[in-house]
Design a protein around this ligand. Structure first.
Ligand SMILES: NC(=O)c1ccc[n+]([C@@H]2O[C@H](COP(=O)([O-])OP(=O)(O)OC[C@H]3O[C@@H](n4cnc5c(N)ncnc54)[C@H](O)[C@@H]3O)[C@@H](O)[C@H]2O)c1
Ligand SMILES: O=C(O)[C@H]1O[C@H](OP(=O)(O)OP(=O)(O)OC[C@H]2O[C@@H](n3ccc(=O)[nH]c3=O)[C@H](O)[C@@H]2O)[C@H](O)[C@@H](O)[C@@H]1O
Length: 347
């Protein structure tokens, strides 16, 4: 087999040719140009992705979700639409369906929820990804995995480039998620090399926006809900740990570009603006209520101390970079949280 250069410059064997589409795909009822499966499509990012893909009249969108952290409510505007279908399905079980593209998002993302049943989180990442790759292989579909900046663990390189192999605890309480996603990435590349599957791997950095669960447990939704309820903002110690927050519309744009482009990834998709958790709390206070208290509380084990994406690759290969600044994104999210919490803005 001929040698070729991978995107990070390593020499790898040329992958096999991708499998042809399943003959079942072209039934006599075939209408759309593209039939797209989104696993985890009832969740926060997934439902925004559905909205964007449904804007294209040539797309037919199918969501498969077990509603562990997602909700039908996020998709209510599409219920009954002729180009939309919602299936209650757990990705740890095989799915027989004819599609052209798969956005594989299914996995609890908030640390509170992925630690709730860690064995199930691993099964979702490993067996779920195997099932979706098996489906991609059978029908010749292109598949995109939403991996995470957590594959870099508590990073010793800053900012993180895609060539960094990470610093991950394999036996810690976060491992079900970060090691689970690392195995999911491995499976993606093995199916690509061994079976010629067309893969795309996105490494997403902390994303926020409307429709996050109010009591999701992640920092932006926690601070906003606390601020609107007039409660103290719980900064986990020491508060100097950093994150880089990407608004959900920017993220979705990046995912669609990655799926449509020719690079397999892995590719970082995130906003390089970096903030400490204390700075984030101060920003939320300033925007919503300057009288709020900030309370330092205990942290959880293995919390990464710093995180910031190097997005050189997504700029060059996807011509993508985030547009929404943190303050603007927080204001958009505040509107959604006010509506859902029933808290009116006093001017
Ligand atoms: N939001 C972020 O900051 C972020 C960052 C990095 C990676 N990601 C990844 O993006 C994806 C979506 O994240 P999100 O923030 O929208 O989270 P979310 O929890 O809102 O959405 C996850 C969805 O997957 C569904 N799900 C979970 N387990 C399932 C299973 N076994 N079978 C079928 N459906 C299942 C949930 O019900 C939910 O609808 C996840 O894969 C996550 O790891 C998110
Ligand atoms: O973007 C990523 O790659 C990953 O980031 C997040 O994991 P994490 O960064 O730990 O997200 P949060 O739970 O929002 O925590 C961010 C920081 O805020 C702090 N925090 C959290 C909650 C809170 O109330 N207060 C607080 O200070 C945490 O200690 C942590 O340092 C997501 O939850 C994962 O799904 C995702 O894969």
């Amino acid at each position: 087999m001929a040698a070729a250069n991978s995107s990070n410059g390593d020499s790898v064997k040329s992958p096999k040719r991708p499998p042809p589409p399943s003959p079942l795909r072209f039934s006599k009822f075939y209408q759309s140009n593209m039939r797209i499966l989104i696993t985890g499509g009832a969740g926060f990012i997934g439902s925004h992705l559905v909205d964007r893909l449904m804007e294209n009249e040539k797309n037919e969108v199918i969501v498969a979700d077990n509603y562990f952290t997602g909700s039908k409510d996020n998709l209510k505007k599409w219920m009954g639409h002729p180009r939309f279908e919602l299936i209650r399905h757990d990705v740890t079980e095989p799915l027989i369906i004819e599609v052209d593209q798969i956005y594989h998002l299914a996995c609890p993302a908030s640390p509170v929820f992925y630690k709730y049943n860690p064995v199930k989180t691993i099964k979702t990442n490993v067996i779920g990804t195997l099932n979706m790759l098996g489906l991609a292989k059978r029908v010749g579909a292109r598949i995109l995995l939403t991996s995470t900046s957590e594959v870099y663990g508590d990073p010793l390189e800053h900012p993180q480039t895609e060539t960094y192999w990470g610093n991950v605890n394999p036996i810690g309480v976060r491992s079900c998620y970060d090691e689970g996603k690392r195995v999911a990435e491995t499976l993606m590349f093995d199916y690509h090399r061994q079976h010629g599957i067309e893969i795309r791997v996105a490494r997403i950095f902390n994303t926020y926006g409307p429709r996050m669960n109010i009591d999701d447990g992640r920092v932006v939704s926690n601070f906003l809900a606390q601020a609107l309820r007039g409660e103290p903002l719980t900064v986990q110690s020491p508060g100097t740990q950093t994150r880089s927050f990407c608004y959900v519309s920017d993220l979705v744009d990046g995912l669609i570009r990655l799926m449509g482009g020719s690079d397999t990834g892995p590719i970082n998709i995130g906003n390089p603006g970096e903030f400490t958790m204390l700075e984030l709390a101060e920003t939320v206070k300033e925007l919503i209520n300057p009288d709020l208290e900030i309370k330092i509380v205990d942290n959880t084990p293995d919390d990464p101390r710093q995180r910031k994406p190097d997005i050189t690759k997504s700029k060059e290969l996807l011509h993508w970079e985030p547009k929404v600044k943190l303050r603007d994104g927080l204001t958009l999210m505040e509107e959604d949280f006010r509506l859902r919490l029933g808290v009116v803005k006093n001017n």
